[in-house]
Design a protein around this ligand. Structure first.
Ligand code: MG
Length: 341
């Protein structure tokens, strides 16, 4: 099987070129390098240094790479057994399904691939995610095949022996942490840990209490650092924007658990098949960065956060598609079918 290591090395360098919104560009570049090469920063075990990939307009500022052309891709994308599929911007955009997504998923299953649905969106429980996928695409996903950044956060907290959480987030995050046996508190003075995720009913009071808790010594954990999420009206603030408020006010960077960081990757590793994997996503700084970190292939789709004008060139490890609807045919044209299994 052809290993895409050289292409990944180039992608690491290219991803580092993402323009960062942080005031500390140099530190962000260092931690991002750590992320894509699998150092401790992506293992979720370091505080104050895991702020990678949160550039506010990373997609818009992406510099197209001079990658391999299509003719050079013929021998690549071999040995794939698991397709790790992002959700927002890939299968649906807010409440609207991406055209052809359901058929694409059914075709991929028929072609022998195992599917995992992996999302940094912390607003839904896994069962809520499965319902959302079914409603928007018609595809019935098993709850066992869904991995959320809320689950990754619960995984991290339990591994660290942390129990007591003050949550800035929606019911899906609170429920997932509670289901994992963690204790939720609303009194910031009692908080050992502050956990942030997207909260569409966010109040100043909640951010203020989270800030006070972190300043008082609570461990700051972000489910994800996605600055935005795509909606039909355009990009709106995501979980990373919520974390950024606490980070700015508390002057402490969070440990991060979602893509491309270690806790999420550990959960994926527990559920994917042995062999190669392909990540399908709409963000270079989370989805494709995770593929790079694991030595997997990537498929960037242009149906979400990244537009055609800011997409990188294809390489032997990265394909660029208008949407997931084009993926089954592209894999078939590469000669990568279930025969690789
Ligand atoms: Mg996405």
């Amino acid at each position: 099987m052809m290993l895409p290591s050289d292409c990944h090395r180039r992608m690491v360098l290219e991803i580092r070129d993402i323009s960062c919104a942080s005031v500390d560009r140099a530190a962000r570049d260092r931690t991002f390098t750590d992320a894509v090469v699998g150092s401790k920063a992506v293992d979720g075990n370091v505080s104050n240094g895991s702020d990678v990939g949160s550039s506010g307009n990373s997609a818009a500022k992406w510099k197209p790479a001079k990658g391999l052309n299509m003719g050079e891709m013929g021998e690549s994308f071999e040995g794939i057994r698991t397709i790790v599929c992002d959700l927002d911007g890939v299968l649906y955009v807010d409440s609207a399904g991406v055209a052809g997504a359901g058929n694409a998923l059914r075709t991929l299953v028929a072609d022998g691939y195992a599917l995992l649905f992996v999302t940094n969106n912390a607003t839904k429980t896994p069962s809520m995610v499965a319902e959302h996928i079914a409603d928007r695409t018609g595809f019935q996903a098993s709850v066992d095949h869904i991995v959320t950044s809320s689950q990754a956060t619960a995984h991290y907290l339990k591994n660290q022996g942390l129990d007591n959480c003050f949550v800035v987030g929606e019911v899906g995050l609170r429920q997932t942490l509670s289901d994992a046996g963690l204790t939720l508190v609303d009194d910031w003075t009692a908080a050992e840990t502050v956990v942030t995720g997207l909260d569409r009913d966010l109040t100043y009071r909640r951010i203020a209490d989270a800030t006070l808790a972190v300043r008082g010594g609570a461990t700051f954990v972000a489910t994800n650092l996605d600055p935005t999420y795509p909606t039909p009206a355009g990009l709106q603030p995501g979980g990373g924007a919520v974390a950024a408020m606490v980070e700015a006010a508390a002057e402490v960077a969070p440990v991060t658990c979602g893509k491309p960081y270690g806790p999420m990757r550990e959960l994926i590793a527990q559920r994917r098949l042995p062999g190669g994997a392909l990540v399908v996503g709409d963000r270079m700084d989370t989805d494709i960065a995770m593929a790079v970190a694991e030595g997997w292939f990537g498929a960037l789709v242009l149906s979400g956060a990244t537009g055609a004008d800011s997409a990188p060139a294809e390489t032997a490890a990265l394909m660029v598609l208008d949407s997931i609807a084009a993926l089954p045919d592209r894999l078939r044209k590469r000669g990568v079918l279930s025969s690789a299994i």
